[in-house]
Design a protein around this ligand. Sequence first.
Ligand code: 5GP
Ligand code: ZN
Length: 112
Amino acid sequence: MSDCIFCKIAHGEIPSTFVYEDDMVCAFSDLHPQAKHHILIIPKQHIASVDKEPTPELSYALFHAAHEIYAKSGEHDGYRLVTNVGKNAGQTVFHLHVHMLFGENLTSLFGA
Ligand code: 5GP
Ligand code: ZN
């Protein structure tokens, strides 16, 4: 069994509410939201970061999830996607995740 917290979430070993799910990715609210809406979009299969070169299919699935989440959200003023690679960028969970922030003005917030 993996020690990776996001693998556990993706595989249902830690109960979570998914705001989006398909064959390749799932998405759920960040534990410590940095905006009105702060969603984490993750691959179901473990990959440490975007620098490990997700397949074209997975890369598409991550962006497509953001599109679907936004479309269903009722928000209309845009969103920000951030993915951290490595400790200098502030990556603390080494399972690829895309932060999706929206629902308020983010101009003063760079990153997540
Ligand atoms: P990073 O700093 O690696 O880019 O972002 C990791 C994010 O994961 C942080 O924003 C943190 O709040 C979130 N996080 C860490 N552990 C958990 C967890 O168990 N559940 C959820 N929903 N979010 C988590
Ligand atoms: Zn993992």
